[in-house]
Ligand binder design. Structure first.
Ligand SMILES: [Zn+2]
Length: 489
């Protein structure tokens, strides 16, 4: 045999040895995972260890401000030289005297009772595990943003870096975070009389055609405003600068922008239009969303109108991706009719590519046909178990996860607001496994889907999928060794 033939043979043998070891490690890892379910009970600690190390691909339903912990925001309040009101625990920029004289963060932290009270209000910490005066859970959750909102947009580069470091330590390779809205205000471009007239006409419009006609008019006004274009440009350049140094060979961060569904429809459209423009302009902004409590009075009344705005903007900006919060509702929270069409309209009218939450599926009108549509359109559902349990009180067999899974709808596992909820992505996988016991192969499918259904451009998606292959090979080798050692004990 010639030297080159020998070299080729050696290389081939090494390749096959490596692949068969890899396959064996995969089998051992799957077996180890199954061993964590004994007599119908899941071993939560073992599952937590397993999922903390497991590559988790991307976190696709992720809010920037809700993902930082209150402790970080307190550090920033101290750094700004701001104060805390010890009566209502709100941030105070200039010292106040009197009965509720402002205290420093240092003084707050020296008083454990006050410090813990602040954490209760700035997050969901300790909400359920001891008796105390508390608002309804959804109010507690959404109320937290009002406490730390004053400081949350300071030090954004540092905030992104904190999220990146957290991701790296739990083997998350990609985050698609809802960062911030484009700070455009419809009041700057429409006088009050005209604004009120347009708001009235938008709400009275009965069809997509009527809405389109109004949106054409609003868009052409905004298009003629230099100030509006400047806000869009500034957003793009600010983002570029705070993003510097965030991407690395082990981690990528991309962004969604959004409008708030509680605003009046003129403001919602102004924000969405700016969002679509930003996304067209910046490769860092990969999609547009709509956020805020879905059960708010305005959010409910304007729901279809918002979907029609997305429909309109999708035709103008077809390359901009759309993920929409939809169906984050449950019976009793709203009237039954409001549970019946939100997911459907997000898909059929707004052409959402991913649905955030999708919890009200069992109540949706003609759910079996809707499932078929989700499957055919390859719409992914972003599953947020901790958040749904807290805000909606939906967990276990009340959650539609098993229906989506059985029907073969693409699913991605995500955190929603890991700072407010004080969770992380590993815990979401642990909850999924301990509650529903999907196979290890299924779990891997969800991880790969978190890249396949991300809004990254195709080439980056392919590159991330290859990285996942390597990470799983490393993880499965580690777990194969570890499970062997666990057995010896
Ligand atoms: Zn969300």
């Amino acid at each position: 045999m010639r030297i080159w033939q020998k070299t080729l043979l050696a290389a081939l043998l090494a390749f096959f040895a490596c692949t068969s070891n890899g396959a064996e490690n995969g089998v051992l890892t799957a077996r180890f995972y199954e061993s964590m379910f004994r007599n119908g009970h899941a071993d939560v600690a073992e599952l937590t260890l397993f999922f903390t190390g497991m590559p988790k691909g991307g976190d696709l339903h992720h809010h920037y401000t809700g993902s930082l912990y209150a402790e970080t925001y307190l550090d920033w309040v101290a750094r700004k030289g701001w104060w805390i009101n010890p009566c209502n625990f709100r941030i105070v920029k200039a010292k106040e005297e009197g009965n509720c004289a402002s205290i420093t963060v240092q003084q707050l932290e020296a008083n454990n009772t006050q410090y813990r009270k602040l954490l209760d209000l700035w997050s969901d910490k300790d909400f359920s595990n001891y008796y105390h005066d508390q608002p309804p859970p959804d109010s507690n959750f959404f109320g937290t943003f009002g406490y730390f909102g004053t400081v949350s947009n300071e030090y954004m580069h540092e905030g992104l870096d904190i999220l990146k470091q957290r991701a790296l330590r739990e083997n998350v390779g990609y985050i698609e975070t809802m960062l911030a809205r484009v700070p455009v205000s419809s009041q700057d471009y429409f006088k009050p009389d005209l604004a009120n007239q347009l708001i009235g006409e938008l709400r009275a419009a009965k069809s997509q055609e009527e809405v389109d006609g109004l949106l054409d008019r609003i868009r052409s006004t905004l298009d003629g405003e230099n100030g509006f274009h400047k806000k869009v440009d500034d957003y793009v350049s600010t983002l570029q600068s705070i993003h510097q140094g965030i991407d690395s060979d082990r981690f990528l961060m991309r962004y969604q922008t959004y409008a708030s569904r509680g605003d009046n429809p003129l403001q919602v459209f102004t924000g969405l239009l700016a969002g679509f423009m930003v996304s067209r302009q910046s490769p860092l902004v990969v999609g547009v969303n709509i956020v805020g409590p879905e059960n708010g009075i305005v959010a409910l009344e304007d729901y279809t109108l918002h979907m029609r705005m997305f429909n309109y903007l999708h035709r103008k900006y077809p390359e901009v991706h759309r993920a929409l919060h939809a169906g984050e509702l449950t019976l009793g929270m709203v009237e039954p009719r409001d549970l019946q069409f939100h997911i459907r309209e997000a898909v059929e009218i707004a052409h959402a590519q991913r649905i955030g939450h999708g919890v009200d599926l069992p109540q949706e009108w003609q759910a079996p046909q809707l499932l078929e549509e989700l499957k055919n359109e390859k719409v992914a559902i972003e599953i947020n178990l901790t958040s749904n349990q807290f805000i909606l009180g939906v967990q276990g067999s009340e959650h539609p996860y098993p229906i989506y899974a059985a029907y073969g709808i693409p699913l991605v596992i995500s955190t929603d607001d890991s700072g407010v909820s004080r969770n992380n992505l590993s815990e979401e996988y642990m909850l999924l496994a301990s509650r529903y016991h999907p196979s290890y192969a299924k779990i891997k499918e969800y991880v790969y889907d978190s890249i396949r259904y991300s809004f990254l451009p195709p080439a980056s998606r392919q590159a991330e999928l290859k990285i996942l292959d390597r990470r799983f090979a490393e993880f499965e080798k580690e777990m194969a060794d570890f499970s062997g050692r666990m057995k010896q004990k």
